[in-house]
Design a protein around this ligand. Structure first.
Ligand SMILES: [Zn+2]
Length: 105
Protein backbone atom coordinates (compact mmCIF):
# COMPACT_ATOMS: atom_id res chain seq x y z
CA UNK A 1 0.00 0.00 0.00
CA UNK A 2 1.29 3.40 -0.92
CA UNK A 3 -0.15 6.91 -0.90
CA UNK A 4 -0.34 6.70 -4.66
CA UNK A 5 -2.52 3.60 -4.95
CA UNK A 6 -5.32 5.56 -6.53
CA UNK A 7 -3.01 7.11 -9.12
CA UNK A 8 -1.49 3.68 -9.80
CA UNK A 9 -4.94 2.24 -10.44
CA UNK A 10 -5.83 5.10 -12.77
CA UNK A 11 -2.55 4.68 -14.64
CA UNK A 12 -2.96 0.91 -14.94
CA UNK A 13 -6.45 1.38 -16.30
CA UNK A 14 -5.17 3.91 -18.83
CA UNK A 15 -2.33 1.57 -19.78
CA UNK A 16 -4.79 -1.23 -20.64
CA UNK A 17 -6.86 1.23 -22.66
CA UNK A 18 -3.84 2.55 -24.57
CA UNK A 19 -2.50 -0.94 -25.23
CA UNK A 20 -5.87 -1.82 -26.77
CA UNK A 21 -5.81 1.31 -28.94
CA UNK A 22 -2.30 0.60 -30.17
CA UNK A 23 -3.24 -3.00 -31.02
CA UNK A 24 -6.26 -1.73 -33.00
CA UNK A 25 -4.08 0.79 -34.85
CA UNK A 26 -1.51 -1.91 -35.59
CA UNK A 27 -4.05 -4.19 -37.21
CA UNK A 28 -5.44 -1.24 -39.16
CA UNK A 29 -1.95 -0.39 -40.40
CA UNK A 30 -1.35 -3.98 -41.44
CA UNK A 31 -4.57 -4.17 -43.48
CA UNK A 32 -4.09 -4.61 -47.22
CA UNK A 33 -4.22 -1.68 -49.62
CA UNK A 34 -7.31 -1.51 -51.83
CA UNK A 35 -6.87 -2.15 -55.59
CA UNK A 36 -8.13 1.29 -56.59
CA UNK A 37 -5.26 3.79 -56.58
CA UNK A 38 -7.41 6.68 -55.36
CA UNK A 39 -8.54 4.61 -52.43
CA UNK A 40 -4.92 3.63 -51.92
CA UNK A 41 -3.92 7.30 -51.66
CA UNK A 42 -6.64 7.94 -49.11
CA UNK A 43 -5.65 4.91 -47.10
CA UNK A 44 -1.98 5.88 -47.13
CA UNK A 45 -2.90 9.33 -45.82
CA UNK A 46 -4.98 7.69 -43.11
CA UNK A 47 -2.04 5.48 -42.25
CA UNK A 48 0.20 8.52 -41.86
CA UNK A 49 -2.29 10.02 -39.43
CA UNK A 50 -2.65 6.69 -37.62
CA UNK A 51 1.11 6.35 -37.29
CA UNK A 52 1.22 9.77 -35.67
CA UNK A 53 -1.52 8.81 -33.24
CA UNK A 54 0.18 5.49 -32.50
CA UNK A 55 3.47 7.26 -31.78
CA UNK A 56 1.91 9.57 -29.23
CA UNK A 57 0.07 6.66 -27.60
CA UNK A 58 3.30 4.64 -27.40
CA UNK A 59 4.98 7.62 -25.79
CA UNK A 60 2.20 7.87 -23.22
CA UNK A 61 2.50 4.12 -22.55
CA UNK A 62 6.22 4.61 -21.86
CA UNK A 63 5.54 7.52 -19.52
CA UNK A 64 2.87 5.57 -17.65
CA UNK A 65 5.18 2.55 -17.25
CA UNK A 66 7.86 4.85 -15.84
CA UNK A 67 5.36 6.44 -13.46
CA UNK A 68 4.20 3.01 -12.24
CA UNK A 69 7.83 2.01 -11.79
CA UNK A 70 8.43 5.14 -9.71
CA UNK A 71 5.36 4.37 -7.59
CA UNK A 72 6.69 0.84 -7.05
CA UNK A 73 10.18 1.96 -6.03
CA UNK A 74 8.97 4.87 -3.92
CA UNK A 75 10.43 7.73 -5.94
CA UNK A 76 7.08 8.78 -7.36
CA UNK A 77 5.95 12.27 -6.37
CA UNK A 78 9.40 13.77 -6.02
CA UNK A 79 10.91 16.02 -8.62
CA UNK A 80 13.60 14.27 -10.69
CA UNK A 81 15.56 17.53 -10.94
CA UNK A 82 15.47 19.24 -7.56
CA UNK A 83 14.18 16.38 -5.40
CA UNK A 84 11.36 18.44 -3.91
CA UNK A 85 7.86 17.01 -3.50
CA UNK A 86 5.68 17.53 -6.54
CA UNK A 87 2.43 19.32 -5.75
CA UNK A 88 -0.34 16.64 -5.46
CA UNK A 89 -2.59 18.90 -7.53
CA UNK A 90 -0.05 18.76 -10.35
CA UNK A 91 0.15 14.96 -10.08
CA UNK A 92 -3.61 14.73 -10.20
CA UNK A 93 -3.71 16.78 -13.39
CA UNK A 94 -0.63 15.13 -14.87
CA UNK A 95 0.06 11.77 -13.18
CA UNK A 96 3.10 11.11 -15.36
CA UNK A 97 4.87 14.34 -14.32
CA UNK A 98 8.46 13.71 -13.24
CA UNK A 99 9.33 17.28 -12.27
CA UNK A 100 7.80 19.89 -9.99
CA UNK A 101 6.05 22.84 -11.54
CA UNK A 102 9.09 25.10 -11.08
CA UNK A 103 11.50 22.72 -12.83
CA UNK A 104 8.94 22.00 -15.57
CA UNK A 105 8.56 25.72 -16.29
ZN1 LIG B 1 11.90 20.52 -9.14
Amino acid sequence: MTAYDEIARTLEHRLVELTGHVAAIDSELRSKLPADWEEQATQLEDQDALEGIEKSKLLEIRQIRLALQRIADGTYGTCSRCGEMIDPKRLKALPTATTCIRCAG
